[in-house]
Write a protein that binds this ligand. Sequence first.
Ligand code: PLP
Length: 219
Amino acid sequence: MSIAENLEKIKYTLPGDVALVAVSKTKSVSEIKEAYDAGHMVFGENKIQEMVQKWEEMPKDIQWHMIGHVQRNKVKYMAKFVSLVHGVDSIKLLQEIDKRAEQNNRVIDCLLQIHIAEESSKFGLNARELNELIHSSTFQKMKNIAIKGLMGMATFTDDKNQIRREFRFLKTLFDTTQKALPHISVLSMGMSGDYKIAIEEGSSMVRIGSSIFGARNVN
Ligand SMILES: *Cc1c(COP(=O)(O)O)cnc(C)c1O
């Protein structure tokens, strides 16, 4: 099936209130263009330099989401255009985003990444670190970032019960966090292999790559 057909099929199965980020990392500008021409406007990349290059070449009404781990020294390259940063996992990174957003006279929307997987290779805050961050005076003084919600990645496993438990934990944490930050509305969880479970567990934003663009050779 073509990219446009894959996209249509996935959109058809998503509940109306679940947003779709088409994960285009490693994919070419012409492949992204195919999705764009089919009417899709929201794309996710996991490397800042790759995202900047694509932003330069593609129509400017595309919304670019940074879904990968963010290196602080590269925030400046995306600060003028990035639409949502999913992988914020430290106050220091948030400070850098705040600073670069201010230099660009804008507010950058961010999600706080939570570590829910068993794998130590995945990034993110634990519940205590999240709590400390949102209650810190440093955080409360920032004017050029807006926390829109939480993001998490489940363990890469065939054990669907485990995946479900991890997503459920994140949804519970989201609900608790909403008491301190009442305006948050985005819960970014679910990828090609697990987005159906994620939606059942309360996801409001799924990040889907290979089911739209086909398998990647490299990550
Ligand atoms: C690559 C990636 C995805 C998409 O993965 P697929 O399995 O191709 O859907 C989603 N989220 C993050 C953070 C990723 O790095």
